[in-house]
Design a protein around this ligand. Structure first.
Ligand code: CO8
Length: 258
């Protein structure tokens, strides 16, 4: 377990629990938080004992967006030549499954970070929105792209163009989150789900994640072909032999990530 400035990183069995921890600014996503997240997920990638990640914030805020104070005086040239926010893509490329446990505000970059996770568990008090238009900008980290794929054009347009918020139940109806639970249970439910995911073969879970994510990039014929090829490749794993043998022998499988 390593110390970070802006996040807490703990191991709960086979799950890494990452907690955004910048309470004074409602977890506004300054460069330091992002760097900590990149460093922590890089360490997790190299750790065979971790099978899944839970990403959470505080009771009041998952994250209230990119840090407005940090970016407000930037010039176009500074934004462009530093390719501002490009480094966020790292989180979307993490190969281990990420369950986001969201309480309170998930706004702007906070909502965008959440959409880089694979599954979202929301507390009843969660609120989601893309308020960038109220600041004179637009979403810059997937809010115009992932949100449309998640909830469709009209609902995404409404959030992006009005800057308004939706609550947890609306987000569940819209398909932005998979489950709504009492706020005090959000992290436990996410940990339970991540623990289940981490009990399976690591390479198989990574293959499942990559293949589902390919649905966002590929047309149907290419996606089905990609799926079938990945499926074929899993027959090279000991864990496929073990999983199927265990079924036939009516016992629990012991996966070895090989
Ligand atoms: N950036 C910097 N500081 C923030 C942010 C933020 N996004 N959000 C809150 N804070 C700070 C406040 O300034 C305040 O600090 P201080 O005490 O020093 O004044 C502290 O957090 C507490 O906030 P409030 O007093 O405002 O708390 P309230 O409970 O009254 O209100 C809200 C909570 C409604 C969430 C309110 O804080 C708010 O509207 N925040 C801004 C939300 C927003 O507009 N987010 C979008 C940011 S822009 C963005 O994300 C662009 C994305 C581009 C790509 C992103 C990639 C990461």
């Amino acid at each position: 377990e390593k110390e970070y400035d802006f996040i807490l990183a703990e191991k709960k069995g086979k799950v890494a629990l990452l907690t955004l921890n910048r309470p004074k600014a409602l977890n506004a996503l300054c460069n330091g938080i992002i760097q900590d997240l990149i460093d922590a997920t890089t360490a997790i990638a190299a750790d065979d004992t971790v099978g899944a990640i839970v990403l959470t914030g505080s009771t009041k805020a998952f994250a209230a967006g990119a840090d407005i104070k940090e970016m407000k005086d930037k010039s176009f040239v500074q934004a462009f030549s530093s390719n501002m926010f490009a480094e966020w893509g790292h989180i979307a490329r993490v190969t281990k499954p990420i369950v986001a446990a969201v309480n309170g505000y998930a706004l702007g970059g906070g909502c965008e970070l959440m959409m880089m996770a694979d599954i979202v568990i929301a507390g009843e008090n969660a609120k989601f929105g893309q308020p960038e238009i109220t600041l004179g900008v637009i979403p810059g980290c997937g809010g115009t792209q992932r949100l449309v794929r998640a909830i469709g054009k009209s609902k995404a347009m409404e959030l992006v163009l009005t800057g308004g918020m939706i609550d947890a139940l609306q987000a569940e109806r819209d398909g932005l989150v998979s489950k709504v639970v009492p706020a005090e249970k959000t992290v436990d439910v996410a940990l339970e789900m991540a623990t289940k995911i981490a009990s399976y073969s690591l390479p198989v879970a990574a293959a499942a994640k990559e293949t589902v994510n390919a649905a966002f990039e590929l047309n149907l014929a290419e996606g089905l072909r990609f799926e079938r090829r990945i499926f074929h490749s899993l027959f090279a794993l000991q864990d496929q032999k073990e999983g199927m043998a265990a079924f036939v022998e009516k016992r629990k499988p012991t996966f070895t990530n090989t």
